[in-house]
Design a binder for this molecule. Structure first.
Ligand code: SF4
Length: 212
């Protein structure tokens, strides 16, 4: 009987049911501990050359029960200094787009394909992306979001293992494992191409709506 009720709840969209506040607290603590473990690993990671120039590795941050995970490329200068993702100008634009959709940045989880800043903000090589991806996969498994919103071509390649032209493919909904994938521009691109700002804001809203 309980199993049937749980199945009905799943069918109408409850992916994850945490019955009591005690369970909620326990699951939250478990998720936090697992993420802290990843953070300890990346701070001393030397699996790719990007470790040489980092001030610190940047794990990601946000709601441990987020239904949407925003995934970018790699930390920039400001992120490398602060140890937080998307806190520079591009991050501020992402935050604005989330707020424009009627939400707060803290409602979601934000991470990158690579945890260390590439020198001069160059694009991480495929080898560097592949070396780092297992950390992101563990984050995805822990947070268990419904939607992965991939910000830009590197985020797309890092997760989907294929090259993509974002200007052609943005707005598409795909699948990765049991998750929905929504593709849009990286906010840095939007900063350089103000003409796509409205489209980007609309995309962020659509990615969030997919998770509802
Ligand atoms: S980018 Fe990832 S794989 Fe490379 S050194 Fe940093 S944590 Fe390790």
């Amino acid at each position: 009987m309980v199993r049937e009720i749980l199945q009905i709840l799943r069918d109408i969209g409850f992916d994850e049911l945490i019955l009591e506040s005690e369970d909620f607290g326990r699951v939250k603590k478990e998720r936090l501990e697992k993420l802290e473990q990843i953070n300890r690993e990346i701070q001393v990671c030397t699996k790719c050359p990007l470790h040489k120039d980092r001030k610190q590795a940047v794990l990601g941050e946000g709601n441990l029960f987020a239904k949407v995970m925003f995934i970018g490329e790699a930390p920039g200068e400001e992120e490398d200094i602060q140890g937080r993702p998307f806190v520079g100008r591009a991050g501020q634009l992402l935050t604005k787009a989330i707020e424009n959709a009627g939400y707060k940045r803290e409602d979601f989880y934000i991470a990158n394909i690579n945890k260390c800043r590439p020198p001069g903000n160059r694009t991480p090589t495929i080898e560097e992306q592949e070396a780092c991806f297992p950390y992101l996969q563990r984050q995805i498994d822990i947070i268990n979001p419904k939607v992965l919103c991939l910000l830009g071509a590197t985020a797309y390649r890092g997760v989907m293992k294929q090259e993509v032209k974002i200007t052609k493919e943005r707005g598409k909904v795909l699948n990765y494992q049991d998750k929905l994938v929504y593709i849009t521009f990286h906010p840095s691109y939007v900063l350089r191409n103000q003409a796509v700002k409205d489209t980007f804001f609309e995309d962020i809203k659509k990615a969030i709506e997919l998770s509802l």
